[in-house]
Ligand binder design. Structure first.
Ligand code: TGC
Ligand code: FAD
Length: 388
């Protein structure tokens, strides 16, 4: 008798509470109804349907692990499981939710004034307002400490000038959290769409994360009042603390993309007949499937373990790096291997593995490249920072 799901191999669901399983199933149903039937077409067209935002708001996943202001305040593990199911649909969908909740909303929740929280968080939780997070610049990605975007005082106002690159939701966002150098170190600012001097552009011709909008933010002497500054954010540690949140979601999300690929490959291998036998009956295919199932289940175990550490309030940034590095690397390898199980059919959008593999190329790079996470782990092991 075959297992119905590859994650049954280690009974990962047995590690979860009833409430966590319920949240996971609710998100899985949403993805089955609202995403799976359309996602190949969104990917092909290179669009993310904005009208999905209020639906995601109703589902309760936007800022779901934050407390108050219309957010559900769930556990970290529950949030992770939601990311797993969203990314099983498409990494672009999980990206939308990560950027909205873990970067844009989290930056306001942790570092914003009471007025900023009241103004933005309830609408963002409902999906009525979309946020983005501008840290990366054309010349400074892995090394944000050297960013060129500047904010200088002009009386009681600030004048912001600079360019942010590769910004998820950048050209559809109603508000951007923008990080800039000041005389007093790095600070964060909320820049609403429509502010004079603030323009955005959508980046085209992507071969990855096509069902997600990626943009450039241009700030040309944008004048903002001091009330637009995030008063609690001082120094590079502030944006990096937001990254910990989004990186955490990716640890679970990558496992979701890999599970979708492996489910597809298992189904395909059981039904595709060559040499008068299902290809699942060949030892070489079984070796692929077994290795991938072991890697997927250990990735899921790691995700749940890190989720428990996060819920206990003890997780460290280098532990998040272990999860992000391992799970994205493994998910990418699984997606590519599943593609081979599907033969020629694997290269089309009719099946998800190559779409996931292409998406995971971005996931390997954003939120800290695999090399940067390797160096974070190296620093934790040796005490030596080897970035510069
Ligand atoms: P370093 O001197 O090590 O640190 C500066 C200050 O920050 C503190 N810190 C952290 N705090 C919280 N969480 C972390 N993970 C932190 N890492 C460092 C550190 O303690 C220090 O604090 P203080 O008080 O002493 O000043 O900084 P560094 O310049 O040497 O850089 C370290 C490095 C390379 C690890 C960091 O720059 C880095 O992580 N680079 C990667 C950049 C990155 O990940 N960018 C992502 C942009 S956002 C994105 O990709 C969104 S995609 C979303 C989607 O679509 O899903
Ligand atoms: P670089 O930093 O130039 O790196 C190029 C190569 O050099 C990489 O392999 C890197 O690992 C390597 N490298 C760099 N430094 C070192 C070192 N010290 N040692 C060894 N190797 C090194 N950013 C945001 O701020 N907000 C977003 O919403 C956002 N969304 C994104 C969406 C997509 C689809 C993509 C692709 C990117 C997004 N990013 C976003 C940007 C992303 O975080 C950066 O691309 C990433 O941090 C890497 O920066 P970079 O592209 O400038 O590459």
């Amino acid at each position: 008798m075959a297992l119905t799901d590859p994650l049954e191999l280690l009974d990962i669901a047995g590690l979860l509470s009833d409430e966590e399983r319920q949240i996971q199933e609710t998100v899985a149903r949403f993805v089955a109804e609202h995403v799976r039937p359309h996602v190949a077409q969104w990917f092909e067209a290179g669009t993310f349907p904005r009208e999905l935002a209020p639906e995601l708001g109703k589902l309760g996943v936007l800022g779901m692990h934050l407390e108050g202001y219309g957010c559900a305040g769930t556990s970290a593990v529950a949030y992770g499981l939601a990311c797993l199911e969203l990314e099983a649909g498409d990494s672009g969908l999980r990206s939308f939710v990560s950027v909205q909740g873990s970067l844009a909303m989290f930056s306001i929740r942790r570092y914003g004034s009471e007025e900023q929280k009241q103004e933005w968080l309830p609408r963002m939780a409902a999906g009525e307002a979309i946020g983005c997070f501008g840290l990366t610049e054309p010349d400074f990605g892995s090394d944000p400490a050297n960013m060129r975007t500047r904010a200088v005082r002009d009386g009681s106002d600030w004048i912001l000038t600079g360019t942010k690159m590769w910004i998820t939701n950048g050209s559809i966002a109603d508000v951007a959290t923008v990080w800039a150098q000041t005389e007093d170190g790095i600070r964060g600012f909320l820049v609403p769409r429509g502010t004079p001097g603030f323009t955005t552009r959508t980046i085209k011709q992507k071969l990855s994360l096509r069902a997600s909008i990626t943009g450039e933010l241009v700030l040309d002497e944008v004048r903002l009042p001091d009330s637009a500054r995030l008063p609690g954010a001082h120094g590079l540690g502030a944006p990096l603390s937001c990254l910990n949140e989004a990186r955490f979601g990716i640890i679970f999300g990558a496992a979701g993309a890999a599970r979708d690929c492996l489910r597809t490959a298992l189904d395909y291998a059981n039904t595709r007949v060559q040499f008068d036998r299902p290809i699942a009956a060949f030892q070489l295919t079984q070796e692929k499937l077994a290795n991938m199932a072991v890697d997927l289940n250990t990735a899921a175990l790691l995700a749940v373990h890190l989720g428990r550490l996060k819920d206990a309030g003890t997780i460290k940034p280098h532990q998040v790096s272990v999860g992000k590095l391992n799970n994205v690397r493994k998910a990418l390898a699984i997606a590519r291997e599943c593609r081979t199980v599907l033969g020629g059919s694997g290269i089309t959008l009719e099946y998800p593995p190559l779409r996931h593999a292409n998406n995971l190329e971005s996931v390997l790079t954003y939120e800290g490249t695999s090399e940067i996470h390797t160096l974070v782990i190296g620093q934790a092991l040796t005490g030596h920072a080897a970035y510069r």
